[in-house]
Ligand binder design. Sequence first.
Ligand code: AGP
Length: 366
Amino acid sequence: DAGHYDNGGYEHYLLKEISEQPDTVARTLRGRIDDRFHIAHLGGLNMDAREIRSFRRVKIIGCGSAYYSGQMGAQLIEELARIPADAEPASEFRYRSPVVEPDTLYVAISQSGETYDTLVAVQELKRKGGRVLGIVNTVGSAIARETDGGIYLHAGPEVSVASTKAFTSTAVAFALLALHLGRVRDLSPADGRRICEGLRRLPEQIKEILTLEDRIRELAKKYADSPGMMFVGRVRGYPVAREGAQKLKEISYVHAEAYPASELKHGPLALISPELPTVAIVPDDELLDKNLTTLGEIRARHGRILMVGHRTSEAADDCIVVPKNEVELDPILLTIPLQLFAYHAAVALGRDVDRPRNLAKSVTVE
Ligand code: AGP
């Protein structure tokens, strides 16, 4: 209940929670980075090195934004720990009688720790002998109690219905988990060090991104009256695009679709016109050229483009440039301008930002 918490002088809890992220990310990291051995300390996992080496697969479940953060997490685990990993909505997982494997590590994600679909999926996994970790914000919640161990986010209470600080903290928790699994398996000390140093830079870089708010407000006003928006990203950028689209539809009620940029030409390119602007996630990584080519294809169909990345480009109408971290960690930072964009679009459209219609903060019923 929002009434119990102070809005800290912000007009909306959502803006307060977006603005808290330098601090909440620092809290998720606190005491968990070892700069000597370039490893993560995650005592709450209750897993020894032998067990960690025995997993052949990681399966991540959660609902809504928790699921998108899980998609980000799956990529971090594949890249850093080289274990096949994927994410699935817990709401689907529980209904399809999944095969529960003894050499799979299951990870359930929930801000509230009370989401019914996720809780039932965890219970089903446990019944079938699955090893389940929780990445949870609310201490002592149902999912935290049901899981065998896990990582608490320590992001503090999230009041606004749209998840923001819990999302970034979950992604950070996954980076720590991926580092931990990786350093017990194949990840080199040099890469471990690179990730540890990257993680330490995040809070300051988030502060820098928050200083872009005035510009993002103007862009949100410019694009908010569109009947819909397309969000595209490739590989690491795709979960960022999905979460950006989710935030926009959830609080501004502007229709938004997220697609892998690589899939545009297989269908959705037919939608592109001046009436459907695209938010393109374009990090400086090995896919930069491919992404810039996609921008050219959108441009050729007279689509307007707002590019979010690490540089400006003439292929885009507008650009939001964020500080660069390690390629694996950049998705966390790229998410933040999209939160501000959705927030200011919702404000510009006069929406009930903290309590969007038809939604509950946590869905504790079927
Ligand atoms: C996020 O903005 C949404 N409100 C929603 O998708 C949410 O992430 C989902 O319902 C899961 O909630 P949980 O993290 O509390 O389990």
